[in-house]
Design a protein around this ligand. Structure first.
Ligand code: HEC
Ligand code: HEC
Ligand code: HEC
Ligand code: HEC
Ligand code: HEC
Length: 450
């Protein structure tokens, strides 16, 4: 049996797709094997994928709540559009619409899974779920010499390239065309486009570069110089945590800690301190943050205290509502609705009001100036941090109600420094001048004596 199903690319039929009239149903979800079938021979790969954001892409409570709100507010126009990337088999098989979990087969609930990705036989472009699949049973992958007793195997160049990921990791509003997510485009326009594929950083132990992972892709297969890992870890330590996948949660934290560096300098000018913070996106192949950028937040927190622990200056703390201090240096994106007001609802997006996210390999220099009150006990300590969270409190409050869900704050990088209090500890200018003069005199005296 050979049924190659062509699916019309979402962008091409944006209007009709929104109207929910996508051609589907020629495929059954039972045309795909459950991941547990693959587990029989690819146990290690299965364990890496299980609990990943791909495995939970449709059961993710944040996704479900957002997609439900989108559906409610658009009378269901977004149903298949959203689900196409979050449960591709659910949409290909026509189990979505309706959205939610009730109508879904067990296999469609498992999000982005083995047999979907390895049945992709062609891409029609970038973004909005531009994939086509074949149900011929042949698994497409990186090897040209692979033999399996269970399935046919075929080399697929697409699977080894960022364009494979780019089919879903660029999301454009199907009507207004506004880029809602542009991870692929950010990568394509950045310095990694000719050296490092998504797979190199996200499917090897290297995190910020390719690092070979020698071993076996299957217990009954040959030894290979490199086997790509399937953890698909990004920055989401929040949902992986809620879903109970400690491995993916801690790997997300580790990844965030590898993405950026922070350098700190402080200087006293009269009674004013100037702190310079340099933040560099050293490890992410796209903007920092990327993905669902209207929710994600990266910001600098500075806390300055005197020797007795008294707070002198604080920027980037959380207020009583859980929001980041409005004066903080915050790297994020703001989408605008039809009236030009900020919106957290991607389906309303008609413009990008603001985007100051850090480009790959870019360094940002931020300066802080504040007065040092007299009579303090030195030395003054400066504690600077670069923080990340998966969603602003406002975003979570809109979905789940006020304060019901809180995203953990993860420290990506940090640095500490001290400032000497003028007139205390370090000699003042006058003292230094006298000291230097004495040294000069002593030197001259010694020369005379010779
Ligand atoms: C998001 C899509 C995606 C999902 C889900 C996925 N894979 Fe893969 N897999 C890939 C890609 C892409 C490669 C090749 C990477 C490269 O060559 O750069 C790959 C490689 C492989 C390979 C070749 C050996 C290796 O790891 O390099 C096997 C075997 C494999 N996958 C099995 C599985 C199984 C089993 C599952 C489910 C437990 C799974 N895959 C889930 C995309 C996926
Ligand atoms: C009966 C054992 C068995 C089962 C079940 C099985 N595989 Fe495999 N598979 C293998 C072996 C053996 C290889 C060869 C590994 C190698 O070449 O290193 C392989 C290779 C692959 C490759 C690499 C293909 C290439 O050319 O790059 C992919 C992708 C793959 N399997 C996906 C899957 C998926 C998806 C499932 C579940 C639907 C699955 N396999 C189920 C045994 C199995
Ligand atoms: C079928 C569409 C699809 C394809 C193809 C796909 N992804 Fe994803 N990916 C998703 C969706 C949807 C999510 C988000 C799930 C969620 O947050 O609920 C996701 C999540 C992720 C995450 C986790 C993000 C985080 O915040 O932690 C990473 C990393 C990732 N994908 C990398 C890749 C890479 C690398 C590839 C290519 C090898 C790829 N994806 C291919 C749809 C896809
Ligand atoms: C040079 C290494 C590198 C490359 C190349 C790379 N990434 Fe990443 N990626 C990272 C790091 C490090 C993070 C964690 C920091 C962050 O969230 O940006 C990350 C985070 C992510 C996230 C989670 C973003 C969030 O905060 O929600 C997604 C999704 C993702 N990457 C997808 C991709 C895709 C798709 C590609 C290819 C188009 C890609 N990455 C290329 C290193 C890389
Ligand atoms: C073209 C594919 C695609 C489409 C269409 C799509 N998404 Fe996503 N979605 C993704 C990817 C990829 C991610 C992961 C990005 C990241 O981790 O930051 C994601 C992440 C999310 C998240 C973040 C989940 C979390 O746990 O933080 C939400 C919420 C979400 N999508 C909702 C929606 C809604 C609602 C729609 C329809 C209006 C939609 N998506 C349409 C690909 C898609």
């Amino acid at each position: 049996m050979r049924a190659i199903i062509l699916l019309v690319m979402a962008t091409m039929i944006a209007g009709t797709l929104l109207a929910g009239t996508i051609v589907a149903g020629a495929i059954e979800s039972s045309d795909f094997d459950d991941p547990t079938v693959c587990k029989g021979c690819h146990g290690e790969i299965y364990n890496q994928w299980d609990g990943s954001m791909h495995a939970i892409a449709y059961t993710d409570p944040v996704y479900l709540a957002d997609a439900e709100m989108a559906s409610r507010e658009t009378n269901g126009l977004t149903d298949t559009y959203c689900a196409r990337c979050h449960t591709p088999i659910g949409v290909l098989s026509g189990e979505v619409p309706p959205i939610g979990l009730e109508n879904l087969s067990e296999i469609s609930k498992k999000g982005i899974q083995c047999d979907f990705c390895h049945s992709v036989n062609e891409s029609t472009g970038i973004g909005n779920g531009a994939f086509m699949v074949s149900t011929d049973g042949i698994k497409r992958g990186p090897y040209d010499d692979s033999k399996s007793p269970y399935h046919g195997s075929m080399f697929s160049d697409l699977h080894t390239k960022s364009e494979f990921c780019g089919m879903c990791h660029d999301v454009n509003h199907p009507v207004t065309g506004i880029p809602i997510e542009a991870t692929y485009t950010e990568w394509k326009e950045g310095p990694y486009n000719s050296t490092t594929q998504c797979q190199d950083c996200h499917m090897t132990p290297g995190i910020t570069h390719f690092e070979a992972n020698p071993g076996k892709a299957s217990g009954i297969g040959p030894y290979r110089d490199n086997v790509y890992t399937h953890y698909f870890v990004g920055g989401n330590a929040a949902v992986t945590g809620v879903m109970g996948s400690e491995v993916h949660q801690s790997m997300a934290e580790e990844r965030l800690k590898s993405a950026a560096t922070l350098a700190l300098e402080s200087e006293m000018k009269d009674n004013e301190a100037e702190i310079t913070v340099k933040v560099t996106n050293v490890g992410a192949g796209h903007k920092l943050p990327t993905g669902l950028a209207e929710a994600r937040q990266v910001w600098i927190e500075i806390l300055v205290k005197d020797a007795s622990g008294k707070e002198i200056y604080h920027s980037g703390g959380l207020d009583s509502e859980g929001e980041v201090d409005p004066d903080a240096v915050l790297y994020h994106e703001v989408l605008g609705d039809a009236s030009g007001n900020p919106t957290m609802k991607v389906w309303e997006a008609e413009s990008i009001l603001f985007d100051n996210r850090i480009l790959p390999k870019e360094t940002r220099v931020e300066k802080y100036n504040f007065a040092i009150p007299g009579g303090l006990k030195g030395p003054i300590t400066v504690d600077a941090k670069l923080n990340y969270r998966s969603a602003s409190q406002k975003f979570l409050d809109e979905l789940f109600g006020e304060g019901a869900v809180v995203a953990p704050v993860i420290e990506m990088a940090g640095a500490e420094g001290t400032i000497e209090v003028p007139g205390e500890g370090v000699p003042g200018f006058e003292v230094l001048f006298v000291l230097i003069s004495l040294l000069v005199v002593a030197y001259l005296v010694r020369r005379r004596e010779k």
